[in-house]
Design a protein around this ligand. Sequence first.
Ligand SMILES: Cc1ncc(COP(=O)(O)O)c(C=O)c1O
Length: 393
Amino acid sequence: MKNLNPEKLTLATRLTQLGRSTQDQRGFVNCPVYRGSTVVFNSVEDLEHSRAEFAYGTLGTPTIKNLEDAWTELAGAAGTVMSPSGLGAVALALMTTLKAGDHLLMPDTVYRPTRSFCDLTLKKFGVTTTYYDPLVGEGIVNLLRPETTTLFLESPGSQTFEIQDVPLMTRIARERGIKTIIDNTWATPVFFQAHRHGCDLSVEAGTKYLSGHSDLLMGMVSANAETWRDLRATYDSMAMLPGAEDCFLALRGLRTLHIRLKEAETRALNIASWLAEQPEVKTILHPAFESCPGHHLWQRDFTGSTGLFSIILDPAYDKSAVTRMLDGLELFGMGYSWGGFESLIIPFNCRDYRTVTQWKEQGATLRLQIGLEDPQDLIADLRAGLDRLHGEE
Ligand SMILES: Cc1ncc(COP(=O)(O)O)c(C=O)c1O
């Protein structure tokens, strides 16, 4: 930013300014894609003292640095590093705070591949994981061990959208010298300021809303001042970084992040409200709805909601009815990921893999990602789908 005081600017304005300098770009508005491994030094002395703004491709390029700096500012962090995927960012954060012999606390509702990373890879390196009920609140103290060094949070929880009491949990952890990591992919820093709510590290799958177009994979980890040095050192020791082109696209996505999120919020609320009135739908699992566990915490701590939520259908509809509903949808694609411009829907069964919470609902569960199609078109597609639950059309 020129001489602008970021404190005085609204988020929308800051997103147009962050991570670019027309001066450094010979007047061009955007930072180009810097590709490169080698950086040439001017003299032996410069080489010996690494005296250059950039020393080698794995340590950063102007494109990467612009993205890191912009995210740091947006997240209210001390620093950010990038990763080639959201899951990579989760792994990087965990490797920053954990070592052999440590104990880790993970919410039972965590993104399933994060669970696999703990159960396979961290276990192999001598880290023990205990899963906990995301709504445990103060009860987390009963699960702490002398060797607990990391408390992981994901709020809302994957697929079922439980909102956690982040300020409470981070306070409990901080008082005992335990590091906290949050997966903040759903809300992004636009709607939830993780560091301000006490988290040491905040992970974001840039694959979702930062990209916004389902055309790249990326992750970010931002850190508060006390954790930044460790995060950067862990990152530097592995140099797992995204490609130059993806960083350029992410910077481009940053410019419209705010308006896309606002639009996703409005459209998802619209569709979820409509679904709540359909007789085939039993429950809406959307943090902005009272029916969502932890809704009051969402009201207290978040400044908005995004385009991803779930529904529970009336238990009257069996698997073949739900298959009929989904197979016939014309606008909703069936696929993983979310945060893009297109609407998606997937059935899920969290009973299959959660270990400490019991999913008691009998009805089929569906997760919806609301894209930028006209909501009336989406409603028509869903209504026809719900009709198919009743029998062959
Ligand atoms: C909550 C959450 N965190 C992390 C990820 C991982 O992101 P990526 O697909 O970029 O590895 C996902 C992907 O769906 C996610 O839903």
